[in-house]
Design a protein around this ligand. Structure first.
Ligand code: TXA
Ligand code: MG
Length: 343
């Protein structure tokens, strides 16, 4: 299969690109498109054969359910039921936006492989103009995981999608670099106190201002009893092993020295304040203490490691506050929980 990239940045290209994307989706094909978090790989969520193509293109395990994307709140009526009050408050406050809500699934509506047989479904209304336009033209719910090969960092640019899925999908709609750069927050609203299953752009602090106390699953809970089924799989990992390290220049310098003593090459992913460290490769996460910038640049930086010949990757830790929480969640997975040990 030949993979085509189309743009939406001028009026004539735009019309043709949306028509092509809608036609392919209607015909049961997959299409990659930008959202404000990361690029998604979409298929019509009621079409089991089309949804299967997503799993095949990504190499994704079948027991990991997909997020369903909608263009209008009314679209929910066709496939969810008994929506809790709290969920409605979240929709009013955060949709369109980077918040996925786990809602009760109306039986026999969506293709079973979308929800991996669960009786709940993750739903969000994306805020990206291209995603919204596509969904509103199509007028159908679209199942869309991140458009990367399973295990790799999510794509934040159309070229990342092409790198991972070239020849496996027919179309990529290029809408430029995504804004937030990390996947949406996944919130389970079925319990008395809602639980964040995956931290993301909508932070715990933002949620608590609207709906009161919110719990968060710890990474260890996720390994033992994953409530977001995707959490048990390795994620976001470059080929070289990743190590977290305390965020002190002296620590990082010592680590780089000891790696060089072992005749190995190291890539450093960090804010610009670390740029003078003598690592073999430096991939920036922007200015110091700018968590939004770091989120925006993180996956690109992890992907760049695969283009280098670094033997290992070091990343100074971030404070687990606000978006830092989501950044550390992804980094702990990329590092499989490993911290660099100087002794
Ligand atoms: O920002 C995003 O959410 C992106 C863009 C494309 O919208 N999508 C995305 O999808 O990250 P994906 O499939 O890569 O991640 C979906 C996450 C997984 O961790 C999955 O286990 C969880 O949501 N999930 C989906 N449905 C669920 C359900 N019914 N119950 C619990 N967790 C669910
Ligand atoms: Mg993903």
């Amino acid at each position: 299969m030949k993979t085509q990239i189309v743009s939406v940045d001028n009026l004539s290209a735009k019309e043709q690109s949306y028509t092509q994307a809608v036609d392919l989706l209607e015909a049961g094909e997959t299409v990659a498109f930008p959202t404000e978090t990361v690029y998604g790989l979409g298929a019509v969520a009621t079409n089991e054969v089309a949804v299967r193509k997503i799993f095949e293109a990504k190499g994704r395990p079948q027991d990991n359910p997909l997020i369903v994307h909608i263009g209008e709140k009314n679209d929910l009526d066709s496939f969810t039921m008994n929506i809790p009050e709290l969920a409605k408050e979240c929709m009013d406050a955060f949709w369109p936006g980077a918040l996925t809500l786990i809602l009760p699934l109306k039986p026999n509506t969506l293709a079973v492989n979308v929800t991996a047989g669960l009786n709940t479904v993750g739903v969000r209304m994306p805020e990206h103009p291209v995603a919204l336009e596509l969904l509103r033209r199509l007028k159908r719910p679209v199942a869309a995981p991140s458009a990367n090969r399973s295990g790799k960092p999510s794509p934040t640019q159309a070229v990342h999608v092409l790198h991972d899925l070239d020849g496996k999908i027919p179309l990529i709609v290029d809408g430029g670099a995504t804004g937030i750069g990390l996947e949406s927050t996944v919130l389970d609203v079925s319990t008395d106190i809602p639980t964040i299953l995956r931290p993301g752009g909508v932070t715990r602090e933002m949620l608590e201002k609207v709906i009161g106390p919110v719990n968060e699953t710890k990474l260890t809970d996720q390994v033992e009893a994953p409530r977001a089924p995707g959490m048990k799989y390795a994620h976001y990992a470059p080929d070289a092993p990743v190590y977290l390290i305390e965020a002190y220049i002296e620590e990082v310098q010592k680590a780089v020295k000891s790696i060089h003593n072992d005749n190995k090459k190291v890539a450093l992913i960090a804010s610009d304040s670390y740029s003078e460290c003598p690592a073999d490769y430096f991939f920036t996460l922007g200015k110091e203490n700018q968590l939004e910038d770091a989120a925006h640049l993180l996956y690109e930086a992890l992907r760049k490691c695969d283009e280098s010949d670094a033997d290992l990757v070091l990343v100074p830790a971030f404070p687990k506050q606000g978006v830092g929480n989501a950044i550390m969640n992804r980094l702990e997975k990329a590092a499989k929980g490993n911290w660099f040990n100087l002794d």
